[in-house]
Write a protein that binds this ligand. Sequence first.
Ligand SMILES: *[C@@H]1O[C@H](CO)[C@@H](O)[C@H](O)[C@H]1NC(C)=O
Length: 419
Amino acid sequence: MLTVALLASLLYSALATCPNGFDLMYGGECIKQDNKCYDMYAPDGASIARSNCASQRAIPVYIKSQEDNDYWLSVGRTDRAIWRGDPAYGNILLGIECSKSYPYYKWMDGSDIDFVPVGTDPTINNQCEQNGDYCMWYLNPVDGAWVKVCNQYQYVDMYCVIPKSPSPYQIDQYCGQFDINQDEDVCYQVGATPANWTEANSVCRSWGGQVASIHNTQDNSFIRRLAVNKGLINGLMLGAATNSKNVFQWVDGTSWDYQNFASGFPIDGLGGCMAMDTNNINGPWINLDCSTELPFACIRKLQQTPPRCDGTLRTEGDILFSPGFPLISAIPCDFLLEVPPGMLVEVEILFLEANSCCDHLILSEGSLGGGPVIADLTGDTNNGRKFRTKSQNIMRASWQPNGGVNVMGMMITFNAVPM
Ligand SMILES: *[C@@H]1O[C@H](CO)[C@@H](O)[C@H](O)[C@H]1NC(C)=O
């Protein structure tokens, strides 16, 4: 007979199994050494690490806490000790790159760098060069600080990590990397790196959301708490802007059914964008110029449809991802987008990053393969574009990677529009 303890340990080992060649890390993640003492040319560091790890369905080292940092410090020190202090060993390459959506450093899973160990090069908070940041970051096994090297060769040790949570395959489930406000069934996320209005919009969209709208006091306090928990007490950009009649509206198209302006606001001439004063417990709103750079709040609908790639029909407003988004893009998948009879399907490309040589997102009319092709998309210049069916209420969106290396894949949503 199985005892409870035995059952528990069986269950634990089933959960704790890492793929072949990977070791279990302290936090439940699986890690694998990819390359030791690699003489890396700094400008290539991030992309080489990304593609090496992607082929094993993993990502380069990311560090979110002092505990993580201590762990990787001990890994680096062990490597260096084995090689008797040789400085070519034990420098742990970090999966940090210049974000393509706005010019700051990010972890490769798209998350903000919200922990930085003592002694780290302070330029980690500066703007970087989107179109060619010739730098890479590594953890120094002497003191655990992070070092930036640019335009030169540097010995590094590369590791790949399979994140425990959210796993690449769960990222699109429910709120993904967003926080859920249980009472409201909506998901909010806060971008900690200051951005102006245009940039905040493009970052929220690249996360499958929009800059946040707020519809009641609970939402307002929830967002304020998210911000304060990240130490953001100097204001937070919200998703409202003035229309041509100088009246504030939410950019996600929801109705203006609640407001919390600070007394006297909005003030004419101060600007057509809006922010929350997070330092005030009531989180009052003020208007300001749209070029102001602030942390910002994003909103995303709670995902109702499970993230399966089984040909089931999807419902309006769902956000659909290529399997493994944004870490892995090599898995093909067909989605059937259905709206009520008599309506047309309008799909919006929220984010597409595909290799122009060989990965395609093919939109076609109707549910059966072979319907007329509406669009055949690739590359990374289609974000925000919309496409419609001509006569049918179903569209097939077919993600057809052919390699899918080094790119994030696709994210789309759709709605019904009248014929
Ligand atoms: C935001 O910054 C970007 C790049 O720095 C710039 O192109 C854009 O015009 C700015 N938007 C606003 C509203 O100031």
